[in-house]
Design a protein around this ligand. Structure first.
Ligand code: ZN
Ligand code: ZN
Ligand code: FE
Length: 742
């Protein structure tokens, strides 16, 4: 018998063909395997029983990160073939799954630390189980001439590995060794090359030992590194990067050092050591000896392990934790090019460890955490992008351009949705260029021409402007609907669903800024069934940067004498009377129902923030205040104005509460939880979705999940995509699939 088998799933760049080869050898089958644009194709010939065994084992035994999702089998005339061959790639339909960049595997690490091995201390060691993929691929199918490795000609030793189906590096496209592959160089900030190879690594380590800032070219872009135990060095990095408060991620030389500084559950350990090797947010131990300005005022730390041989080598020679933050200026995308890094990071870094393997597209480190024992992605980048999610059904080719902050885009093609990496806030020309480049390259990779472009309803988002400037027809999706539908798409939920979409702000259907929404999702329609009482943002964007302005509006108090002391410190009586005019005449003061801003207002009321430097800072500090306090105490609230949810009674109670800060912070959170529970009970739907940036708050999210589950609700929250605006693109696709019937 002879079968022709089409294979779909993660089958390129994972050693699928040698796996099929070995399996066929074991079973004594003839035929061949080859990559196609859509995945792989296999023909096998032999006894029927053995062919069936082959198919069964092909599906279940392919080692990770590979995964067979679908086998299409048809019988064809036998050809009398008894040997099995691996054939060169064929063209065809471009649908193969592009793998993300994967952390160095244990076999490769074993080689770089083995003195006799020909790859001893070689920073670009990789194999079919690990190494760069998405960051180096220009086109499908995934073959070396279509990657940035095309400039490096395999030496005879590497070529032998590449050609040998028994070898771990059989058709490992980025295969390289010290003889034939990329090399590192150390540059000073004037761009002069001071050393190469081992000498370059030594200078890099020296830079760290001196407490200086090192720019390191990695997998998906540049990092900025500095010793994480050195308070002054960290302060210098913050000053030069103009990043006064936002937490900085730390790369540790090994798991033991992470465990010494943070609480690591078994689930967190699995995530840290997974092939994605993301940043994992972990509770910081009180006796951690790291610099106190890594995440000021916040109880969590973003920790990760080295994920390229280069990182492992550096942290073997400098065996201490380092800050490893994205190599970019404030608000800009991560640098990927050596020359560009010199220009953009020249004022920040004291030395540059660069290499000559080009990076095709910026891919930031992913940020994750464990919620209720399960991983949750907060920023989707290296290790995850551009893996697809199932679309549920086949549909037209759609492009979703996401939101404005933490932008990502998505491409819906047949029955898959391909999600891009985190691009950033579309506030400057560099990030906008990265956005357009990502849209074009995703479409190009899959040979996709979008029939429609889906965007946010906000008229001023850069992504909206882009969508409307294209020739394809467009479809606008309400922001909070997209937040809820993203979670429904991820978990394959069918309506009816009650979605809580709580975030910073999104354009509402009534022209106000929504952000504290309860949406009822039904098959043919959706409804805003409840929302927080809107309040004015005094001075618009300025109120986002200055949370004390939010407190004033919430309290409706502009009398200096009557203000809580924390607010008195922030305003003069003259400023207050000017702000009162804004409030009364609604000048430049858009209305919002945002829970994110309620958090800002509460944080400022308690004196935790004045001016802030990143979105969500107030909420992070307010949550951190709770510490380990366990209490069910809360402020009273009433639902008498339903569907409008008033915050006035509990904001006023908070302002007058003589309780200690940690208790006040807990009571504020608990009040929101109680209120959410009440609304959920009142709506009477079984399925509840929690989405929006506010649910990045661990205390709020985990307690609300537990309380809802205790009342027999089925609770869903984002796990594969971010709860913040990074998840919008997926929800936009889902909204178009559900409600755009033209
Ligand atoms: Zn490997
Ligand atoms: Zn070589
Ligand atoms: Fe949002």
């Amino acid at each position: 018998m002879r079968y022709r088998v089409t294979v779909e799933g993660r089958v390129q760049g994972v050693g699928f063909r040698p796996f099929a080869y070995r399996l066929a050898q074991k079973l004594g089958l003839g035929g061949w395997a080859q990559n196609t644009g859509a995945g792989a194709e296999v023909e096998i010939e032999g006894e029927r029983e053995r062919l069936e065994t082959f198919l069964q084992r092909l599906k279940t035994e392919l080692p990770p990160p590979g995964r067979v999702e679908r086998l299409g089998v048809r019988e064809i005339p036998s050809q009398g073939e008894t040997a099995f061959r691996i054939r060169a790639s064929a063209g065809g339909e471009k649908r193969a799954i592009i793998l993300p960049d994967l952390a160095a595997c244990s076999d490769c690490l074993g080689e770089i630390f083995a003195p006799q091995n020909r790859r001893h201390r070689y920073p670009f060691t990789n194999c079919t189980h690990c190494g760069p993929r998405y960051s180096i691929i220009a086109a499908l199918p995934y073959d070396r001439p279509q990657t940035t490795m095309k400039a490096f000609r395999l030496c005879p030793d590497c070529q032998r590995e590449y050609d040998n189906p028994e070898d771990r590096r059989f058709h490992a496209q980025p295969n390289a060794c010290p003889q034939c592959g990329p090399q590192v160089e150390f540059w000073n900030s004037a761009g002069e090359c001071l050393a190469q190879g081992e000498a370059a690594l030594s200078l890099a380590v020296k830079t760290l030992e001196l407490g200086q800032i090192l720019a390191v070219k990695g997998l998906g872009g540049f990092h900025l590194w500095v010793g994480a135990g050195d308070e002054n060095a960290v302060a210098r990095l913050r000053e030069r990067k103009r990043r006064p408060h936002k937490p900085l991620a730390v790369m540790f030389p090994d798991l033991t050092q992470i465990q010494g500084n943070c609480e690591v559950t078994p689930e967190a350990e699995d995530l840290l050591t997974s092939p994605a090797a993301p940043i994992v947010l972990l509770p910081k131990k009180s006796d951690s000896n790291l610099a106190s300005n890594l995440a000021p005022g916040i109880g969590e730390l973003g920790a990760m392990l080295p994920y390229t041989p280069l990182h492992w080598l550096l942290l073997t020679d400098f065996p201490r934790p380092v800050v490893a933050t994205s190599g970019n200026g404030r608000g800009e995308p991560i640098c990927i090019d050596n020359g560009e890094a010199l220009t953009r990071l020249g004022e920040i870094a004291d030395g540059f460890l660069v290499h000559n393997r080009p990076i095709l597209r910026p891919v930031d480190d992913s940020v994750t955490r464990i919620i209720d024992g399960r991983p949750q992605v907060l920023r989707r980048g290296r290790g995850y992008a551009p893996l697809p999610l199932p679309r549920g059904q086949s549909g037209p080719t759609l492009l979703a351009v996401g939101g404005h902050l933490k932008n990502t885009v998505a491409l819906a093609l047949k029955d898959q949705i391909y999600l891009s990496q985190h691009i950033g806030d579309l506030d400057n020309p560099e990030t906008e260029a990265a956005f357009e480049e990502t849209v074009e390259s995703l479409s190009r990779l899959y040979g996709a021409v979008p029939q429609k472009i889906i965007h946010d309803r906000h008229p001023d988002y850069q992504s909206t402007t882009y969508a409307q400037g294209q020739s394809a027809p467009t479809f606008g999706v309400q922001h909070h609907l997209a937040h809820v539908l993203a979670v429904m798409a991820e978990h394959r939920l069918q309506p009816p669903v009650l979605g809580l979409a709580w975030d910073g702000a999104g354009w509402g259907l009534d022209g106000t800024l929504w952000g504290g929404e309860f949406l009822r999702i039904e098959a043919a329609q959706w409804y805003r069934v409840a929302h927080f009482q809107p309040f004015p943002l005094l001075g618009g964007a300025q109120a986002m940067r200055e949370p004390p302005r939010v407190s004033l509006a919430l309290l409706n108090c502009f009398d200096w004498e009557d203000l809580p002391p924390a607010l008195q410190n922030h305003f003069t009586p003259q400023q207050l009377s000017q702000l009162q005019i804004l409030y009364q005449r609604r000048l430049n003061s858009p209305l919002t129902s945002s829970v994110g801003r309620l958090f800002d207002g509460a944080a400022a009321l308690l004196g935790l923030v004045g001016k802030i430097s990143f979105e969500g800072q107030g909420a992070m500090l307010l949550e951190a205040q709770i510490g380990g306090l366990e209490t069910e105490e809360a402020y009273p609230f009433a639902l008498d104005a339903f569907p409008i949810l008033s915050w006035r009674p509990w904001i006023e109670a908070l302002a007058q509460d003589p309780a200690p800060l940690n208790l006040k912070a807990a009571k504020f959170h608990n009040t929101l939880i109680n209120l959410a529970l009440q609304v959920c009970r009142r709506q009477g739907l079984k399925q509840i979705v929690l989405s929006g940036g506010v649910f990045q708050n661990r205390y709020l999210l985990t307690r609300l999940i537990r309380r809802l589950q205790g009342l027999d609700f089925q609770v869903y929250w984002p796990q594969a995509v971010a709860p913040n605006d990074g998840g919008l693109a997926l929800g936009q696709i889902a909204a178009a699939d559900r409600y755009d019937l033209d």
